[in-house]
Design a protein around this ligand. Structure first.
Ligand code: C5P
Length: 241
């Protein structure tokens, strides 16, 4: 097998965040992206509006679904949530690393025992938290140090990857090696509006820094032609060297 054949294909590396308030809007976007995009993300807004049926529907259409509900509860409850999400057909889930090793291990065991074994990503420090916000919840560390501490703990506790910002990806790749999947939001192609994102990166730059997958919402979902916007990002991922 040559290196190109072994390289992950662009379609596996783009996750479109369906951050819309209704099942009808999610269906409309999915219809435009079907065949072109493999991964979609269902977050709190869509999940609370449309429920588990939207996850089942997207999975039945052939999409791989990233269910981004950031679980954080006692180990038994999180294990049950992982089983429920797996039975809906979700392929990728998020868990707060701050829940600790016992909670993460329980989640990992539940995922491994589920029929389609969803992969688990840890969320370390929310990008909305800075040093002052961390101090307010009793953590006397910089955001970067806390991210690394939680990332090491999470991967040692069975998480297959992490959600991280483009700013953190290079450091995490160096510290954690090639194995963990690093999933990066805050992506903006040249010319796209930043919106409320403070730290953004172009698709090719995030891939070059070591990202496994990119999460892209508004630059695709609010484009006049979402399929064309998605294709441009897929091309940029494919050509990132
Ligand atoms: O529209 P946009 O491309 O900014 O969407 C980014 C997506 O990634 C949203 O669903 C957002 O909730 C998610 N996300 C993020 N920053 C994080 C974690 C998740 O933007 N640190």
């Amino acid at each position: 097998m040559n290196a190109d054949a072994a390289a992950p294909i662009a379609k596996d590396r783009l996750i479109v965040a369906l951050d819309v308030p209704s099942a009808a809007q999610a269906r409309d976007l999915a219809a435009q992206l079907r065949g072109m995009c493999r991964w979609v993300k269902v977050g709190l807004e869509l999940y609370l509006a449309a429920g588990s049926s939207i996850v089942e529907e997207l999975a039945a259409q052939g999409f791989s679904v990233f269910l981004d509900l950031k679980f954080h509860d006692i180990p038994n409850t999180v294990a049950g949530a992982v089983r429920s999400a797996a039975s809906m057909g979700a392929s990728l889930l998020t868990i707060h690393a701050a829940g600790g090793p016992a909670m993460l291990s329980a989640a990992a065991e539940a995922a491994a025992a589920s029929p389609n074994s969803p992969r688990l990503l840890a969320v370390t420090v929310l990008t909305s938290m800075d040093r002052a916000q961390l101090a307010a919840v009793g953590i006397d560390a910089s955001a970067a140090d806390q991210v690394l501490r939680l990332a090491r703990m999470a991967t040692a506790s069975g998480m297959q990857g992490l959600v991280c910002s483009a700013e953190e990806v290079q450091m995490l790749r160096q510290e954690l090696g090639a194995d963990p999947s690093l999933v990066v939001p805050g992506i903006r192609p040249a010319g796209a509006a930043a919106g409320d994102q403070k730290r953004i990166a172009a698709p090719a730059d995030a891939i070059r820094a070591g990202a496994s997958k990119l999460v892209v919402g508004r630059p695709i979902t609010q484009a006049a032609d979402p399929a064309k916007a998605a294709q441009a990002i897929l091309d940029e991922i494919a050509n990132a060297k």
